[in-house]
Design a protein around this ligand. Sequence first.
Ligand code: PEP
Ligand code: MN
Length: 268
Amino acid sequence: LVSSDGDRVQIQVGKATFGAGEPVFAAGPCTVEEPEVLVEVARGAAAAGATLLRGGAFKPTTSPYSFRGHGEVALKALREAADEADMGVVTEVLGTSQVSLVANYADMLQIGARNMQNFELLREAGRQPKPILLKRGLASTIDEWLCSAEYIAAEGNEQVVLCERGIRTFETATRATFDVASIPVLRLRSNLPVIVDPSHSSGDRRLVPHIALAAIAAGCDGLLIEVHPRPEQSLKDGRQTISTEELQKLVAAARRVAEAVNGVPLPR
Ligand code: PEP
Ligand code: MN
């Protein structure tokens, strides 16, 4: 099912269409915070050009003692803030038992890097109709990633958007190593839309715009970016979070780059 035969897949999530030529911007805090802060983020992100609101209600955390998210309260807050700003919601689902709960509130379900090969979760996500954002595993090859997309599609849900978020290498200057080549490689191997998360790819807000623009130049279909009105105050991942003003500039620059590379033949 996941192959490069036929036409490129377009995936509609609220007002956003992945794979239609125009980059899609999904933006929001790492983790859902107070409802008022979320409304502020949503308004700012929407004004900057984002059509999807991101934010973790259930967070995968390396340490079991880190904050793991506000759960269903956060899902409700995401829904309300997104509705108010006329946006769609994309948020992570950590396990099979959460799929229907998260699908009740979100327009798109995110399967995070740490769960890319949680095959039971992939199958459960494939048995429900909401589109899936499938992040690349921290140490997964492109073929393994596509096999995971196939798990979802094989259950009947072919609406999968792939998200490059960097991989683990010997390099420690960045949080992950951004694999820019995965964008054209995925274009050769599949018809699914591909987006990039420059926040987790870099771990440093000063690097985010550069990775984001390189991703757009390489032909990706959108960006998933951590944004907060006051990044240094974010509950989680503040170092890699950009401000709403920075998002505004980034979206404008990304549109110019997309326009400039429009017409450069992409691999088939
Ligand atoms: C996230 O986007 O909130 C996240 C946890 O990212 P990743 O799964 O790529 O680490
Ligand atoms: Mn984060």
